[in-house]
Ligand binder design. Structure first.
Ligand SMILES: Nc1ncnc2c1ncn2[C@@H]1O[C@H](COP(=O)(O)OP(=O)(O)O)[C@@H](O)[C@H]1O
Ligand SMILES: [Mg+2]
Length: 288
């Protein structure tokens, strides 16, 4: 593959923390992974599997203990380019309240570009465009504390967008949200991926979210255990369950019905696919 097509290249990376007792914790263990420009990659794995540690390497909040990471063509160990990388790769974290710093939504979104030294007339346009992209224009002059969790996360995403990133890394952005907020955030992120071509790295423990990605990476004990399309990953219901991971409800129900002898396609992972397959089974049954 042409190196220009690669957004993030992780080459045999290990990360070793030192815990409070002075012991080594190998949070990442020889991980190799490429993320292409324009891709939407989900990372899943149980608690402590190294997902956040990996994500923090993507905008140089952490650096590898062993191996190397190239982001937008820059080696993250090359300290001259840390700020270039951070401009290209924005991060969104779990807790929206920790990410919003200003008392008014539009001021919060302006914070990043102001720090970059962007001229004020350009900042106005960037803020307006970013709020429009996350569908929060009507709230520009509101106080963030009155917003729902989903709205706050969309403001946090707008703050990253105002930096004009090539890639956004979201670390469990919906973990603290209600179902409606989760839906809003996931839809927003997909729209940015499709319409603006922004590369998305999306960490989640909601399998219904992961199933919407182009590709899924499965982490376990700091190791990249598997990667593949949602269909390749989620049709291995027993393997994922044995790892302590969920699968989308549709995949699990389909697998159970197959165990009971129902003749269903082997690759069902979405509710729509399950619905269509069941309709066809019942339709056949009714016609007999
Ligand atoms: N600052 C730290 N110091 C020591 N150990 C850490 C630190 N941060 C994370 N860890 C350990 O590294 C491992 C991976 O953690 P993390 O990347 O947060 O996993 P995940 O995001 O998948 O839950 C865990 O064993 C965790 O306890
Ligand atoms: Mg984490």
């Amino acid at each position: 593959m042409n190196t220009e097509d690669i957004m993030i290249d992780v080459d045999h990376v290990s990360h070793i923390y030192t815990d409070e007792n002075g012991n080594d914790v190998r949070a990442l263990d020889d991980v190799t992974l490429s993320i292409k420009r324009g891709e939407f990659v989900a990372i899943i794995g149980t608690n402590g599997s190294g997902k956040s540690t990996l994500a923090k390497h993507f905008n140089v909040l952490l650096q590898p203990s062993e191996g190397s990471i190239t982001v937008c063509g820059y080696d993250t160990l090359d300290t001259d380019h840390i700020w270039d990388i951070r401009q290209h790769v924005g991060m969104v974290f779990q807790n929206p309240d920790n990410q919003i710093v200003a008392a008014v939504v539009e001021e919060d979104v302006a914070f990043g570009p102001e720090n970059l030294g962007i001229p004020s007339e350009d900042i106005r346009k960037r803020v307006d465009d970013a709020l429009a992209a996350v569908n929060m224009t009507d709230y520009a002059e509101h106080g963030p504390h009155l917003l729902s969790g989903g709205q706050k996360q969309r403001v946090a995403i707008a703050g990253v967008l105002a930096m004009k990133p090539d890639c956004i890394v979201l670390d469990e952005p919906t973990a603290m949200l209600d179902p409606k907020g989760r839906q809003e955030v996931l839809q927003t992120v997909h729209k940015l991926n499709k319409e603006e071509g922004i590369t998305i790295v999306y960490i989640t423990h909601f399998m219904e979210e992961a199933v919407t990605a182009d590709r899924i990476v499965v982490m376990k004990n700091g190791v990249k255990l598997q990667e593949g399309t949602p269909r390749e990953i989620f049709t291995q219901v027993d393997t994922l369950k044995s790892l302590g991971l969920d699968v989308p409800v549709a995949a699990e129900v389909a697998a159970k019905l197959q165990d009971k002898g129902m003749d269903l396609p082997k690759d069902i992972i979405t509710n729509d696919e399950l619905g269509t397959a069941l309709e066809s089974v019942f339709h056949k049954g009714g016609a007999q």
